[in-house]
Design a protein around this ligand. Structure first.
Ligand code: ADP
Ligand code: MG
Length: 352
């Protein structure tokens, strides 16, 4: 099957008089037709630059970009079968919602009746009834987001690029839009390439995720693989809470010099000297407890001088938070310990 979008060794260097910035460093990836693919990484890691190169707004310094198998590396945006939803939505303030949505059809000379019918249908699709005649300023943030989406979808792109489209919304609305956007994508069957710095958003929406660090892709994987089998320390720590063990500490529990254990994979046993404590992997005392609603995150100071471990303890109606200073014993299965690398190279990513 031909990839929907493929990047081969794509780099982007921004040069100015006094310095140059390698924004994207030899990124290779293939996005499949109908896939929800997310570019995840901290601010400044190269996500937007990568998306802009796919859209044609920035040209790569080197490497190839193909869409449906055709090399578009040097094509301008309008000559690419993709459309973009920008972070700030970029709606035209003086135009009605209907005209905003119908804009690209107007530019292409589609007659008024047809383009307004299509725009109304799309406003229906994004669940925005009855605002067609309003101006963008008369809408809430969530409604503006939907208008931007409808406007990008009206030209029926095979690929939609979305740069932090939910970033301006408050948490509750963002979570609602996440599930709506996901079901809309499934319903339309088009390829989404979605940029976010929010790991929860990435994990909950994506088919696959590419994790960016300093312009490089550290790992491409499904959400569950990324979470349970992070390739590198950076990925382990970026996509969730991680206990990273190094050197002697790692080697006492496995064979790799660096490994990680997720906090929820550790079981915490209370009490000074219960008989079963003899089988514990580590012993220590509670140094801090944070309440997260469904679990407590307990930081345990280990007895033998190794770094503290985070343990997530489920909260039930009957349970109490462990007390500060309390003696605890920690248990986990061998399978909970995952070897990781301190950093990835491009070669590692080419392996299946
Ligand atoms: P992200 O979207 O992950 O936050 P960006 O792709 O926007 O990251 O930026 C990656 C790096 O490239 C940053 O160091 C940023 O300052 C730099 N950069 C982005 N755009 C430009 C530009 N037009 N000129 C110079 N440097 C840029
Ligand atoms: Mg960005």
């Amino acid at each position: 099957m031909t990839a929907s979008v493929s990047l081969r060794e794509v780099s982007c260097v921004f040069r100015s008089a006094d310095k140059s910035v390698q924004a994207v460093d030899r990124v290779s990836l293939e996005v499949e037709p109908g896939e929800f693919f997310t570019l995840l990484g901290p601010s400044g890691s190269g996500k937007t630059t990568c998306l802009r190169m796919i859209g044609g707004f920035t040209l790569p310094t080197s490497g190839q970009i193909a869409i449906h198998g055709a090399d578009v590396s040097q094509h301008p945006p309008y000559a690419r079968p993709v459309n973009t939803v920008f972070q700030d939505y970029a709606l035209f303030p003086h135009m009605s919602v209907l005209d905003n949505v119908a804009y690209s059809l107007m530019v292409r000379g589609v007659n008024r009746a047809t383009r307004e019918r299509r725009a109304h249908a799309l406003l229906e699709t994004v669940q925005l009834p009855d605002v067609a005649q309003r101006k963008p300023v008369q809408l809430s943030g969530g409604q503006r987001q939907r208008v931007a989406l409808a406007r990008a979808l009206i030209s029926e792109p095979k690929v939609l690029l979305l740069d932090e489209p939910l970033g301006a919304l408050d948490l509750k609305l963002r979570e609602q839009m996440q599930s709506e956007l996901k079901s809309l994508q499934r319903q339309l069957g088009i390829t989404f390439i979605f940029v976010t710095h929010d790991q929860h958003e990435a994990l909950s929406m994506s088919d696959r995720i590419g994790v960016f660090n300093k312009g490089r892709l550290e790992q491409i994987a499904t959400p569950t693989d990324l979470y349970h089998r992070p390739a590198t320390r950076f990925v382990a720590e970026f996509v969730g809470a991680a206990n990273v063990l190094q050197g002697q500490d790692a080697l006492q529990y496995g064979s790799a010099p660096t490994s990680m254990i997720r906090p929820e994979q550790i079981r915490l046993q209370l009490g000074a000297t219960p008989a079963s404590a003899a089988s514990a992997r580590a012993h220590g005392s509670v140094r801090e407890v944070q309440f997260f609603g469904s679990f407590w995150r307990v930081s345990v100071q280990r007895s033998h001088g190794f770094s503290p471990l985070l343990v997530d303890v489920p909260v039930t109606a009957a349970s109490q938070a462990p007390g500060l200073g309390e003696v605890v014993h920690l248990h986990w299965d061998d399978a909970a310990v995952h070897p990781i690398k301190d950093s990835a190279t491009a070669d590692d990513l080419l392996a299946p």
